[in-house]
Design a protein around this ligand. Structure first.
Ligand SMILES: *Cc1c(COP(=O)(O)O)cnc(C)c1O
Length: 463
């Protein structure tokens, strides 16, 4: 019994059909609806009993192809919800190559560690961190944060006095508190510092909180700065945070999930110089850098500290000088996963094919588009802005006489259901906002015109 096809030529023809269907989808990514919910009949076709006997490859290909329209919608130029990257067509090729090799990138001496280390070296360079910076390619910023904070915690525990406390802003992403929880530090030991009007961490409030905790016998060990807050894109004063971390002997971590990558462009780079001063940095390739899901990165300045936090190999994973068990870089020494796929390959191919200059141009264009949208909102009498636009996110609402929150939420749901556009919502200063995030290389200004027209029309209907 083998799982190989009986007829390789037939398999080849079927697989080519799948490739063509996938390319068709991407060639037409700007057409049609943004989000198409999965119809009940299709859902039922998925939710069958355990398939004891298989189906033909041909039939399976048809089923796979039939699912293509029912994703999140983030390949469409009018997908503005949450922070999703758009991906790129060549991701198909890299994923095919990775699937064909089917490597386990946890360790050993083969192509994957070489590619992964190269991607890490490029990443450190993009972020202005030293050549010797350590790191790992992971599923995303959430996992990157857990790894970084584990290293920070272990370092602090070498000399700990009293319970460890960390500091971040009220605008921080939930993955930071989750990492505190997972690492046993306790969510209540993460202080959420108030923000200024620009929704950046208030530096004097941070100073006061650290001093108060020290006076209470606790051990401040970590500052988490945000480069591009998920709500509206705020960038903390990273240089000031780095100064405090240095003067108080604390670890400086940056959540730069999408925002840190704007370092490679022109518009935001001057506000992101502090990224280079991080002890650890978490960011995503799958957001603003447009690599297909999923791929994120953790960078850690101190390689020895990084390795110490994770390398604990048992006998059966022992390395050797020569042979397949050789190789200097074993990913298993730098994170909690042993078996892992070849994520680094698609990142390597993406950076190589497109080049940093083109990716930077996409980022800068999205920042310009956020400003274009802000202007559009400001000149549209029915609408008002709810937050500044420091980067690529624009938060606004339709002005109703009453029930603003419920009615703006209804606008967003109707736009999503109509298939016209997918913004999301957030709450800023207690008010519900229509939130438009631009991390999309397919978006044109005309897509933003369509969005605003639709918001005004639906708002008028709800009036
Ligand atoms: C998306 C995001 C995260 C989480 O990253 P994942 O890649 O989804 O795990 C963390 N912080 C910020 C600011 C984000 O935008």
């Amino acid at each position: 019994m083998t799982l190989d096809p009986k007829d390789w030529n037939a398999f080849r023809a079927t697989a080519h059909k799948m490739l063509d269907a996938s390319i068709d989808k991407l060639e037409n990514a700007s057409e049609g609806r943004v989000w198409t919910p999965l119809p009940e009949a299709k859902k039922a076709a998925i939710q069958t009993g355990l398939p004891v006997l298989g189906t033909s490859t041909d039939e399976m290909q048809k089923q796979l192809q039939s699912l293509l329209p029912y994703g999140v919608g983030n390949t469409h130029p009018r997908f503005f919800g949450w922070v999703h990257g758009t991906g790129a067509p060549s991701g198909l090729m890299a994923d095919m190559a990775a699937a064909a090799m089917n490597v386990n990138a946890g360790g050993r001496d083969h192509v994957a560690p070489v590619v992964e280390r190269q991607v890490l070296a490029w990443s450190a360079e993009m972020m202005g961190m030293p050549k010797e910076t350590s790191g790992l390619i992971v599923s995303g910023t959430s996992m990157a944060t857990i790894i970084a904070l584990k290293v920070a915690r272990d370092q602090a525990m070498q000399t700990v006095k009293g319970a460890l406390v960390g500091y971040t802003s009220e605008q921080t992403h939930s993955c930071v508190a989750q990492a505190f929880d997972i690492l046993g530090l306790g969510r209540d030991h993460l202080r959420k510092i108030t923000c200024n009007d620009a929704l950046e961490m208030d530096i004097s409030a941070l100073r006061a909180a650290i001093d108060a905790d020290k006076a209470a016998g606790l051990t401040p060990f970590l500052i988490v700065g945000t480069a591009g807050a998920v709500n509206m894109g705020a960038i903390d004063d990273l240089e000031a945070l780095a100064d405090i971390a240095a003067s108080d002997d604390m670890w400086f971590h940056i959540d730069g999930a999408f925002g840190a990558t704007a370092r490679i462009g022109q518009h935001a780079k001057d506000r992101l110089t502090g990224v280079a001063r991080a002890d650890s940095l978490a960011f995503d390739f799958h957001k603003w850098l447009q690599v297909n899901y999923d791929a994120g990165c953790v960078l850690i300045r101190d390689e020895a500290a990084h390795r110490k936090a994770f390398s604990d190999r048992p006998e059966y994973l022992r390395g050797s000088e020569r042979g397949l068990a050789g190789g200097a870089f074993w990913a298993v020494d730098y994170g909690p996963e042993l078996s892992r796929g070849f994520r680094a390959l698609k990142v390597w191919a993406h950076l190589k094919e497109h080049g940093v200059a083109a990716l930077a141009a996409v980022i800068d264009r999205n920042i310009e588009q956020a400003q274009y949208l802000e202007n559009l909102v400001k000149i549209t009498p029915e609408l008002e802005m709810l937050a500044p636009v420091p980067l690529n996110i624009c938060c606004f609402r339709y002005k109703f006489d009453a029930d603003n929150d419920a009615k703006n939420e209804e606008i967003v749901v109707r736009l999503q259901e109509s298939g016209i556009a997918v913004p999301s919502t957030t709450v800023l200063g207690g008010r519900l906002a229509i939130r438009v995030n631009l991390t999309n290389h397919r978006t044109r200004e005309s897509d933003l015109d369509v969005l605003v027209d639709a918001v005004v029309r639906v708002g008028g209907e709800l009036g």
